[in-house]
Design a protein around this ligand. Structure first.
Ligand code: CA
Ligand code: CA
Length: 329
């Protein structure tokens, strides 16, 4: 082959390569444009509201026709926990503390109640104490009731109203909130049921010593009886003004049908040496009705303050000795 023929051959070969490459480039451009159009088509519909394939929701469509969930939403309920629907998209509740309310910080995308450094960190009406926002009506710093109001204070036992105020099952002088209990020793106890009332005879040693400070002419005296674990059967109050004193003996006689005595006709207290105290109580129509079984008996002397209350009590079992007649064992 001559050099001129070899040169023509090379030129023709080069042109052929260029032609083939040009076709390939043109096809690639079309292909790119097709992909671009398809991507644009899919994106523009996938993020719309219900124009694709009749879907009315928040599904995205990729070029393979698959339906994938994205973060679009109409309401907070469409979003994952801890997110909220903001302008059609699920977003974290917060990004920084500034997105949260007063007294809250942003933690892991959620606003949480935080401690405080100054009163300015707390809600209106609260103050910052020991790093916690507290309400003036809630000095212990307990949380509010969810409505911005402090919870009501826990009920306290009121001694001497014959009500279990704090709901712990113990009324007045039965309740340790009113006074400590001296051990009572029953000498005689007899209860005869008479329908709605009972005949009562009771003699007891309230204390063998150390109780000599009681004074029924300055302290109201209470006699309480309740079945163990049950409701109050009797809560009788004899006011201090109803007692008469004779040396170291104090006696009440219910001549005026004193209502608070609940049918007790007599109640006597005698103080012996070394603070020994004995008590008797009786009544023919005492306003109580009890069944056989263990019963708690309590006698309370109400002082000017709860700290000055003095109590004696015991739990003893009553059994039937004859029809409607109960005695302590
Ligand atoms: Ca009470
Ligand atoms: Ca109570």
């Amino acid at each position: 082959m001559t050099n001129s023929k070899r040169f023509r051959g090379l030129v023709i070969g080069g042109l052929a390569v260029l032609l083939v490459s040009g076709v390939s480039f043109a096809h690639d451009r079309d292909d790119d444009r097709w992909h671009s159009d398809r991507d644009h088509h899919g994106d523009s519909h996938g993020r719309g509201w219900g124009h694709e394939h009749g879907h009315g929701g928040w599904q995205n469509h990729d070029h393979d026709g698959d339906h994938d969930h994205d973060d679009c939403c109409r309401a907070d309920a469409d979003c994952a926990s801890g997110q909220r629907c903001d302008d059609g998209h699920c977003r974290a509740e917060c990004v920084c503390d500034a997105d949260c309310g007063r007294g809250e910080t942003c933690e892991s995308g959620q606003c949480v109640r935080s401690g405080c450094a100054t009163d300015a960190d707390c809600a209106q009406g609260e103050s910052c104490s020991n790093g916690q926002c507290i309400h003036p009506d809630d000095p212990n710093g307990s949380t509010d009731d969810g409505n911005g109001q402090p919870p009501p204070p826990a009920p306290q036992e009121i001694c001497g109203d014959c009500i279990d105020n704090d709901g712990n099952g113990l009324t007045d002088f039965e309740d340790p909130a009113c006074c400590g209990m001296q051990p009572m020793q029953i000498k005689r106890a007899r209860i005869v049921s008479r329908g709605g009332t009972s005949r009562l005879r009771l003699r007891a040693m309230l204390a063998r010593k150390g109780m000599g400070g009681v004074n029924p002419t300055t302290q109201d005296v209470f006699l309480q009886i309740r079945p163990a674990g049950g409701g109050e059967a009797l809560c009788a109050r004899v006011p201090a003004s109803s007692f008469k004193r004779s040396r170291r003996s104090f006696r009440f006689k219910n001549r005026s049908a004193l209502a608070s005595a609940k049918g007790l006709s007599q109640l006597a207290v005698k103080i012996g040496s070394q603070g020994r105290v004995r008590m008797q109580a009786r009544g023919s129509k005492v306003q109580m009705n009890v069944e056989p079984g263990p019963m708690q008996l309590t006698v309370g002397f109400q002082g000017a303050t709860p700290a000055q209350n003095v109590c004696s009590g015991t739990t003893t079992s009553f059994h039937t000795i004859q029809h409607q007649v109960l005695v302590a064992q």
